[in-house]
Design a protein around this ligand. Structure first.
Ligand code: HEC
Length: 173
């Protein structure tokens, strides 16, 4: 191979490399739709099926109770701290969460309404409005008893709730 020929071959090989190199690198993955693990695909199927999947993810009464348990603990410490505004806020949130829960699980509505959402919630709010510590503490005991009465009525008698012993809130006194 004479020199000019060699140069042509070299030029050809260089161009070939430049054309082929990008093809060897894997194309960057398209950004996923916000789930972080590459899949918005878990919501699939017909519109009805997709609504069902979202509904299943919301869960039933157990997710309500998960929230209620947290708020009940906060309520306890709010009462201990005599932070009546925070205690009122938590009592209202507990009632609202329970209302949403019985939309998802109407079978729990009768117990919730007859044992909890009426007098126990109203009396807790009224006690907090009074701002008298002993009245609030008595109402909180009644409120707690109402949680447990509903557990009895709903065949969850093995869930007996009560005031936590060690401070668990990050909300400062
Ligand atoms: C409708 C009646 C009802 C009322 C009122 C109620 N609960 Fe429940 N609770 C349930 C039922 C039913 C479950 C089981 C839920 C499930 O798994 O489907 C439960 C479960 C729980 C659990 C276990 C949750 C878990 O899975 O970790 C806790 C804790 C709890 N409740 C706390 C409370 C507290 C605190 C209150 C009052 C502020 C309260 N509940 C009021 C019916 C009730």
């Amino acid at each position: 191979m004479n020199r000019p020929e060699f140069r042509h071959v070299l030029t050809f090989l260089t161009l070939l490399t430049l054309v082929l190199l990008p093809a060897c690198e894997p194309a960057p993955a398209p950004p996923s739709e916000g789930t972080g693990d590459g899949g918005a695909e878990w919501i699939s199927g017909t519109v009805d099926e997709r609504f069902q999947q979202v509904g299943d993810q919301l869960a039933g009464f157990s997710s309500t109770m998960f929230e209620v348990a947290h708020r009940y603990r906060e309520l306890h410490w709010a009462v201990e701290d005599q932070n009546w505004d925070y205690a009122t806020y938590q009592t209202e949130k507990i009632a609202a969460a329970t209302e949403l829960g019985i939309i998802r699980r109407p079978g729990r509505a009768e117990s919730a309404r007859s044992l909890f959402l009426g007098a126990p919630v109203d009396e807790m709010l009224a006690a907090l409005e009074s701002g008298e510590t002993d009245v609030v503490e008595r109402a909180f005991r009644e409120f707690t008893a109402a949680c447990n009465q509903c557990h009895m009525a709903e065949e969850m008698e093995f869930v007996v709730v009560g005031a936590p012993e060690s401070r668990s809130t990050i909300v400062q006194p």
